[in-house]
Design a binder for this molecule. Structure first.
Ligand code: 9MR
Length: 463
């Protein structure tokens, strides 16, 4: 995609006053001691990351900067659909695994990018539509999130699904044409597959309050109201020579909805204002306690997708640019996140699934027993079901769920449970990590199927 189409140069130029204000802050506060981007961000309870490509991993200048400066990595391309499922049902994780293991061996966190996107789809998916595409897409989410389960801090579950321009609506795509609920179906499948990862919606041209970011804001508000699992919004922030004056207010309004905000793909055209714009973005993020991290979209200028824009923090020789100094200064002056459990993906509160298709549980479970309730997301020709297993007054060490499916329904995939049967009466038993459920607590598993779910009435037995 061409840069000129993708980047909206914000309307508000950085005012000279902002420079003066920054100087005043330098004089007014004693800077913290952080000497690297990642180290300084960590002091503020945040991460500072970079997008990387494994094809650069044998470049020693690149690796020196990467290992020294960043405490989070994201794959620039290696975890996209075309890379991870080049043929339908045949998965390829080598390059993504390499990034994960590099990061984790150095104590860096990993962002996952991106489970579903209209671009960089494998050819076989581009040729699908309707229920077949929906099944393939949800299966992709389930398989990839399951593979990386427990290793991803935050997933871009859906990338760039909103249209540019003033409509505030969805972008047309093969995924969108499977039904407007494709995004929430993806988030539910991702939650079921990796309950510990924060689940983000990620987009560009959202770097201020505008029609597109408002469309996304309304979706997130709706998801929160209906219990669709979403934890974060990614603001890509591919910026030009100006930055919108509502940049921070936009971060704040998403935070006020009860989601984290992450700056996910920051790069800024080099020009008179590059260092100031980088500083403004960093300052805005650190001013909002739910803005939990910043990722730049590449390491050095010549690693960047933006060609001659020289849009990053290091020159091609790996030297720090003025923009680097301004980011580090803002990180060191920024406000730490208050000590709440917000930033750890392991502390994500349990998802409250909407009751729409869930039959109410009428009889309390006997002591030591369990109950099960289903939430269904149906589309034309198929559905995803999430089953919540809840322990009664005593902890259980294992469970078996029995479910009689309507005729015409065939299970095509499942996660977080062992299954026997695919139609008629199907039984599901816990896997090793979710069998033990404390009194009153819940475990979840899920499956996808073809056909029409109707009302599902699972029953549960403690084992
Ligand atoms: O930087 C990525 C580049 O190497 C790829 O060729 C391109 C393919 O579409 O995607 C670039 O990354 C994009 C990211 O995945 C989503 N947001 C926009 C990024 C820049 O185009």
């Amino acid at each position: 995609m061409r840069i000129s189409k993708r980047i909206r140069f914000g309307i508000g130029a950085v005012a000279a006053g902002a420079v003066a204000a920054g100087l005043a802050m330098v004089l007014a506060s004693s800077a913290a001691a952080g000497t690297t981007l990642g180290g300084s961000a960590a002091e503020k309870g945040r991460y500072f990351g970079a997008a990387v490509g494994t094809y650069k991993f044998n470049d020693s200048t690149y690796m020196t900067v990467l290992n020294r400066e960043f405490n989070s990595l994201v794959a620039e391309n290696e975890m996209k659909w075309d890379a991870t499922e080049p043929q339908r049902g045949s998965f390829s994780y080598g390059a993504g695994d390499r990034i994960v293991s590099h990061a984790r061996s150095r104590g860096m966190s990993v962002r996952g990018h991106a489970l579903l996107w209209h671009a960089q789809q494998p050819g076989w998916a581009q040729g699908l539509s309707g229920g077949d595409l929906r099944n393939a897409a949800i299966n992709h989410v389930t398989q990839v999130a399951t593979h990386f389960r427990g290793q991803i801090h935050s997933w871009d579950v859906v990338n760039e699904a909103f249209a540019d321009g003033g409509s505030g609506g969805r972008r047309d795509s093969n995924l969108q044409r499977t039904g407007n609920d494709w995004i929430e179906a993806a988030f539910r499948a991702a939650r079921a597959a990796d309950p510990g990862a924060k689940l983000c919606y990620n987009d560009y041209n959202t770097d201020g309050i505008n029609a597109k970011s408002t469309g996304i804001y309304n979706m997130v508000r709706d998801f929160k109201a209906r219990g669709v699992p979403i934890d974060c919004v990614g603001l890509q922030s591919h910026l030009g020579t100006t930055i919108d004056s509502s940049y921070q207010a936009n971060i704040q309004r998403f935070a006020d909805l009860g989601v984290d905000v992450q700056i996910t793909e920051l790069d800024v055209m080099q020009g008179g204002n590059q260092a100031n714009i980088y500083a403004t973005v960093t300052r805005a993020c650190l001013a909002v306690s739910r803005c939990t991290g910043i990722t730049v979209w590449g390491v050095r200028d010549c690693d960047s997708w933006r060609g001659s824009d020289n849009a990053l923090l290091f020159d091609c020789a790996g030297n720090k640019k003025a923009a680097y100094d301004s980011v580090l200064r803002e990180l060191n002056q920024g406000t730490p996140i208050p000590t709440t459990p917000n930033t750890s993906p392991r502390t994500t509160p349990p998802v409250t699934t909407p009751p729409v298709t869930t039959p109410p549980v009428t009889t309390p479970p006997p002591s030591g027993g369990c109950t099960a309730a289903a939430t269904v997301n149906q589309w034309n020709g198929g559905f995803v079901a999430n089953i919540r297993v809840t322990a009664g007054a005593a902890a259980i060490n294992g469970w078996r769920v029995t479910l009689t499916l309507p005729s015409g329904v065939t299970v095509t995939g499942a996660w977080s449970a062992n299954r026997s049967g695919s139609s008629g009466t199907v039984q599901w038993t816990n896997v090793d990590y979710n069998g033990r459920v404390a009194a009153g607590q819940s475990a979840e598993f899920g499956f996808q199927a073809t056909g029409t779910a109707g009302g599902l009435t699972p029953s549960c037995t403690a084992t």
